[in-house]
Structures are given as structure tokens and as C-alpha cells.
Design a protein around this ligand. Structure first.
Ligand code: MFK
Length: 519
């Protein structure tokens, strides 16, 4: 007798099988550039299926370990990571996952090309994208604020395609005193024999296997230190020297809900040599450059996870039968999948529109309006994609039923990891307050409303008017920061979909999910 066995969902080339992504690229990239990069996207998409997916799975299985003491009781603080994790670093270099953004071969379109590869890579990469995000941010920081010496020493390494030369950077800000409010950070920078040395605790150091880190510290002089966030400066340091922790102690690895292949540590700096980056006491403003880049990485990662979940759940729905039909032919199931795909599509357009603005800004071709839009849409993209995509991934777990709840289906990891996107790099509330910062300091709402008001769609215009009327009621808009940010995200998406796709169904879908603005 032969019993029934279900066929599971199958990962297919995430570039060639994603018609929404390919359609978006036709809108955002000039034809000659798209022609040049398409083959590479197809090849890389296949590499994701044939190699990267297995490496990511192995890195997740072989979790990082920290060995603090050797058999004789000596403190060794030795990190052991999977060889798959190391290989993901090599692949990141070879594929130019950071480099493409800095080689600028495609001028202002280079960031789009780079972020497409990150989008294809992320859900299979055991979130190696996190170290890449911080490395990219560090590269930009040095490009803007580094001395010639610092650029020579480090910048080339961050964007090197040769795996043996490629450096990865961390971004250490969070201390026991807080990760959102950095004003009480305790780390001290002391001048010792003509060089800066850093002392103090760092509570969440992601990618501790990196080569360097950008960190915040409070400069100490004969009068002591300046308290508050205006007393912090940015420093760069080497994490290891001759293979050993460089004047720092690795106390513990974090036992996280998700992103478990990514080693995140609690450490103490014990006089690690460091170099100042940017102006003294302008640390928050300086490191904001890095944050703005990592926040867009967060956006593209959130969307890529949601897209992966939708792709797998949709494939499953074509293979699984219930009540005499394939799941895809059951109206309610079909509607859930279509709604999920609509959400991913909208978030994809929002993210890549922001990425296109980043490319223009960095190449000096953004108009004043585009610069203001970019400033506003960074936090909006980060907070909105994180929230919407987490909902999608959760829904896709349900769409696969009991099997989606089982570890070896891969869905639980997608869900666990997705929870981080609304937390790291600033929570939804902190990002909403950054939206208010952009509005009150940079007048970005005016630039944004002017942009949206170009729409020929009367429903989008009505939504814009309602939002502006609502904002006027509040002398201090920070009290409505969260729903204002959600509304900006939703209306921007409706505008982009109307402008680029022109399909009223998906535009109406986005305009009709307004109730989520109040979650
Ligand atoms: C796959 C993706 C991977 C992602 C990588 C994950 C790695 C995770 C490791 C981590 O590091 S997690 C830590 C996450 N922590 C944060 O993201 C910090 C969240 N908190 C904030 O963002 C707060 O808003 C902030 C610390 C900035 C508040 O500090 P302040 O000093 O109270 O802010 P203030 O006084 O408003 O701003 C100081 C200056 O910076 C101002 O400039 P001015 O000096 O000219 O007035 C601000 O305009 C400027 N600024 C702040 N945020 C900015 C910014 N400028 C541009 N863009 C921004 N976003």
C-alpha cells in the first residue's frame, strides 16, 4: 500500500522567478544599465539557490560559540563560528555586495544594483546582511568624515572584492544604559601616550567576528567629560590583534530569539586603541550617516524576508490540496496570498524608491526636493517595512499550516528573524520621532506633500489632504508621530504604485488598509 506524502515548497531562482522585482527594475533603471546587470542578477539568483541557501542553513545549525577560558583557566575569549559563516563573508566580497555601492560604475543607479543583490542574498544568508550593513555604513562614514590616513587604511578594505582583503565593520552604540537613548553612554576615550584608548561596556555588539568597529565614546580631559549625547564622539578600532581580542573582553554571546547565526556579544573595552572619526562631540550627528544606511538595509532585508515567505507559501498552495481543491483555488486562501503579495509589492517599491534617492544623493545629483524626501523616507521605510513585513511572514506561516510551525520547514526562522527588523537600528517609536525630527528640522513634510500632490489620482490626493488637516491640529506633531509615519508610508506607497504600475486595484488596496495606521 502506498500512503500519501506531501510535496513541500521549493526555493527557485529569486531573481528570475520574481516578476514584480524585474518589473520594478524596468521602471527604475535605464535600459542599458538593466541590460548590463541582468545576467549577473540571474547568475547570482542561481548561486543563492545552489550554494548560499545551504551555507545559510548550516551557519544557522552551527551556532557561534564563545569560549572564555582554556583548560588551565586562562582567559582566552575565543570565538568559534561555522565555516559556512566565514564563507558567506567571502561570497559577500566576491559578489561586491558592499563594493558595488562605492565603485559607482552605474553612477546614481549603483545603489539600486547593489541593493538588488542584497535583496536576493538576505533571506538565504543567515542575515550576513547585518555585518554588511554596518560595513557599508562605516565605508560611507569614512568617505564623508575620514582623514586621508583613515580612508587609506580602512575604506579600501570595506569595499575590496578580494575575500582575503575584505574587512567587515561593527557598529557599537548600545550600552547597558540604553540602545535608543544613547545620551547616558558610559564609554570613555582617554588620551594615553599620544593615542586614544577606549574604556567601557558595550552591551550589543553585533557581528563581533568583524575586523573593525565604529563606536561612540566620551572624550575625557582634565575637566572630566561632557555628559549627554552632545559629549559623544565616533571612534574606529581594530577588534582583533594577531587573532586575539585587542584590549577588549568578550563576556558573553547573546541568546537571541532569532538571527542566531549572527554572533552578538556583550563586551568590555579595556583600553583598546582607537582613532577619532569626524568632529569631537558630534558623535550622534556623525554616526547618523551610518544609521541611515543600515536603516535602508533593514528595509530591504524586511521586504526580502516577506517576499521569500510569500514565494514559498504560494508554491505550497499550488501543491497542497484540501477540500477537493488546490489551496490556491480556495478563494479565502487565494485572497490571503494576494494581499500578502500586495503588501510586499508596496514595501518593495517604497524601499527601492528610497534606495534610488540614496544613489542620487551620494552622486550629488539629487534635487533639493529629493534630498528632503530622502531624509524623511529613510525612517519611514525602516519602520513601515519592518511592521508590514512581520505581519506578512506571520500570515505565511499560517498559510502553510502545521508544517509552517515546524523548525525544518524553514518558516519559524523567517518569523523569528523578522521580529528583529522593528527593533534593531531603532524601534518603531524611535524612528517615528526621527520622522518628526526630519519634519521639524528640515521641513521635509512640505517637500513630501508637494511630491505626492503631483498625483493625478483623486483618492491619493484626498488621503494627502486628510493627513495634512490632521497634522495641523497638533502644534506638537510628536504626539501623533507613529500614525503620521504610518500614513506617510502608506500614501507614498499608493503614490508610487499608481505612478509606476498604474493598477487601480493595488492602489485601492493600499488606500484601504488605513486602519493599520493606528496600530
Ligand atoms: C539587515 C539590517 C542590518 C542592520 C544592522 C543591525 C546592527 C544592530 C546594531 C545596533 O547598533 S542596534 C542600535 C540601534 N540604536 C539606534 O539605532 C539608535 C536609536 N536612537 C536614535 O536614533 C535616537 O533618535 C538618537 C540616539 C539619534 C537620539 O539622540 P539625541 O542626541 O537625543 O538626538 P538629537 O539631539 O535630536 O540629534 C543629534 C544630532 O544628530 C542632530 O543634529 P544637530 O546637532 O545638527 O542638531 C540631529 O539632527 C542629528 N540626527 C539624529 N538622527 C539623525 C540625524 N541626522 C540625520 N539623520 C538621522 N537619522
Amino acid at each position: 500500500m502506498s500512503w500519501f506524502y506531501q510535496q513541500g515548497p521549493k526555493l527557485t531562482n529569486p531573481f528570475t522567478s520574481d516578476s514584480i522585482l524585474r518589473d520594478l527594475l524596468q521602471k527604475l533603471l535605464p535600459a542599458d544599465i538593466l541590460n548590463k546587470v541582468e545576467d549577473d542578477f540571474t547568475r547570482f539568483g542561481q548561486r543563492v539557490v545552489d550554494e548560499i541557501e545551504q551555507l545559510g542553513e548550516r551557519a544557522e545549525r552551527e551556532e557561534p560559540q564563545l569560549i572564555n577560558f582554556d583548560v588551565w583557566g586562562h582567559r582566552v575569549d575565543k570565538l568559534v563560528v561555522s565555516t559556512a559563516w566565514d564563507k558567506l563573508k567571502d561570497i559577500s566580497a566576491e559578489e561586491g555586495l558592499v563594493a558595488i555601492g562605492y565603485e559607482r560604475e552605474y553612477n546614481e543607479y549603483s545603489r539600486i544594483v547593489q541593493f538588488v543583490k542584497l535583496y536576493l542574498f538576505t533571506p538565504s544568508s543567515a542575515i550576513y546582511t547585518c555585518p554588511l550593513a554596518m560595513t557599508d555604513g562605516a565605508a560611507r562614514l569614512l568617505e564623508l568624515y575620514g582623514t586621508e590616513q583613515l580612508r587609506k587604511e580602512y575604506l579600501g578594505r570595506y569595499i575590496d572584492r578580494n575575500p582575503s582583503n575584505f574587512y567587515v565593520s561593527g557598529q557599537w552604540m548600545t550600552e547597558r544604559t540604553g540602545g535608543s537613548d544613547l545620551a547616558n553612554a558610559e564609554t570613555i576615550a582617554r588620551m594615553v601616550d599620544g593615542e586614544w584608548r577606549l574604556y567601557g561596556p558595550k552591551w550589543f555588539t553585533s557581528a563581533i567576528t568583524g575586523d573593525t568597529a565604529m563606536t561612540l565614546a566620551r572624550i575625557e580631559n582634565e575637566n572630566g567629560v561632557i555628559e549627554g549625547s552632545r559629549g559623544l564622539s565616533v571612534f574606529i578600532l581594530d577588534i582583533f590583534k594577531n587573532g586575539e581580542p585587542n584590549c577588549l573582553r568578550l563576556d558573553r554571546l547573546k541568546d537571541k530569539l532569532g538571527t542566531r547565526a549572527l554572533p552578538t556579544a556583550e563586551i568590555e573595552l579595556e583600553g583598546v586603541p582607537a582613532k577619532l572619526v569626524g568632529e569631537v562631540n558630534k558623535g550622534i550627528k556623525t554616526i547618523a550617516t551610518m544609521l541611515n544606511i543600515t536603516r535602508l538595509y533593514n528595509g530591504v532585508s524586511a521586504v526580502s524576508y516577506a517576499q521569500r515567505a510569500v514565494q514559498l507559501a504560494s508554491d505550497y498552495a499550488k501543491k497542497r490540496e484540501a477540500f477537493g481543491k488546490r489551496l490556491i483555488d480556495l478563494p479565502l486562501h487565494k485572497e490571503v496570498l494576494e494581499n500578502a503579495q500586495n503588501i510586499v509589492t508596496g514595501c518593495l517599491y517604497l524601499t527601492f524608491f528610497s534606495v534610488s534617492l540614496m544613489g542620487k544623493e551620494e552622486c550629488g545629483v539629487a534635487t533639493e526636493q529629493e534630498s528632503l524626501l530622502f531624509r524623511l523616507l529613510i525612517p519611514v521605510t525602516k519602520l513601515y517595512t519592518a511592521k508590514m513585513c512581520l505581519g506578512v511572514v506571520s500570515e505565511m506561516v499560517e498559510a502553510v499550516g502545521g508544517a509552517g510551525y515546524l523548525e525544518d520547514s524553514g518558516f519559524p526562522r523567517l518569523l523569528r528573524d523578522s521580529q528583529v527588523f522593528s527593533i534593531w537600528e531603532g524601534t518603531t517609536n524611535v524612528l517615528s520621532l526621527d520622522v518628526i525630527r526630519a519634519i521639524s528640522k528640515n521641513n521635509a513634510l512640505k517637500a513630501w506633500s508637494k511630491y505626492i500632490s503631483q498625483s493625478g489620482n483623486s483618492k491619493i490626493k484626498n488621503n494627502l489632504t486628510l493627513l495634512l488637516t490632521e497634522v495641523e491640529k497638533y502644534p506638537d506633531p510628536s504626539v501623533i508621530a507613529r500614525r503620521l509615519s504610518y500614513s506617510i508610508g502608506r500614501i507614498t506607497i499608493a503614490y508610487l504604485l499608481d505612478h509606476f504600475i498604474g493598477d487601480t486595484n493595488i492602489v485601492d488596496f493600499w488606500l484601504s488598509i488605513g486602519s493599520r495606521d493606528y496600530l
